[in-house]
Write a protein that binds this ligand. Sequence first.
Ligand SMILES: NC(=O)c1ccc[n+]([C@@H]2O[C@H](COP(=O)([O-])OP(=O)(O)OC[C@H]3O[C@@H](n4cnc5c(N)ncnc54)[C@H](O)[C@@H]3O)[C@@H](O)[C@H]2O)c1
Length: 329
Amino acid sequence: MTEKSKIFNKKILVTGGAGFIGSGICETLVNQNNEVVCLDNFITGKKENIAQLLDYNNFKLIEGDIRNIVDCQLAVKNVEIVLHQAALGSIPRSIKDPVTTNAINIDGFLNILCAAKDSGVERIVYASSSSVYGDADGLPKVEDRIGNPVSPYGLTKTANELYAKVFSNTYGMKLIGLRYFNVYGKRQDPFSTYAAVIPKFISALLKHESPIINGDGSFSRDFTYLDDVIQINQLAAMSDNPEALNQVYNVAAGERNTINTLYELLIQNLSTFDNQIKNINPIYSAVRQGDIPHSQASIFKAQKFLNYQPQFNLREGIKKTVEWYVKHM
Ligand SMILES: NC(=O)c1ccc[n+]([C@@H]2O[C@H](COP(=O)([O-])OP(=O)(O)OC[C@H]3O[C@@H](n4cnc5c(N)ncnc54)[C@H](O)[C@@H]3O)[C@@H](O)[C@H]2O)c1
């Protein structure tokens, strides 16, 4: 990544900035001398994720809700770029509570678009998701071949992409959507009922408990390391290639690993800190509703238009992630 494609000296709003991905983005941007505004209602985000930033005078926290237009209007004041991460994540949670998922992910997104439009924000980069591929079959997933959403969460991200297209066509706004694939790294919450697989497994193993694998472990995912997600947010925000604008991009490592492979890597890395972990076996249980068997991204489009180059494969990313959790748990 060149210096030109990093964000320096800008005023940026990061919605959901106290969450897992948002706090990583805020940290990087504060260190690059930007003025960073974080808007978060702490529904899943945590104060401790941004505690280290609160003392910086180029970081401002607005405790507010994207469902409230006034909060959005306040947050976008004088902002040049919006990196929109706020959403209610998790497919199972959206199946349990589609109403809240819809209100945050669609109404909230629309509020951010409207507030940004009215205050003349130059560019919005927003988090979409691999879940927009829904029931489309065939691997790797290519941006222009999506299926029907198979969960309320997937539907909300599809709706975001449609709204983004309408806002760019109707109001001339500059928007870029990033379809994240299974992101992992430091500060991902291991304790929520809807925790993602990597922090959940790490926290169980550190307590010498057997992680539960849904299915037989043969399902596979394109696991994406947090730093690569931060990289592409900056590339998308700074790109001066007109062809790159008003598009959606897969964000992934571009490789596929099974849950069993992931488990072995975690055991290998954690055993170097605690030898007893190497004897822990997982418990295999039923497949979860809404889980697709395999997922892998084509990252060709992001490479071509945004110069995205993932820096971490699963082996490298897991090593760094485990080091962080061992220190912080
Ligand atoms: N983590 C992944 O693997 C993954 C994959 C695909 C897409 N995404 C998307 O990336 C984004 C960030 O995800 P994450 O993993 O960091 O999740 P997260 O839950 O850690 O972060 C989301 C943040 O948004 C905040 N938020 C939620 N509703 C809000 C509201 N109404 N007003 C203000 N703030 C609100 C939460 O408090 C939290 O801090 C989300 O849009 C998510 O859908 C994540």
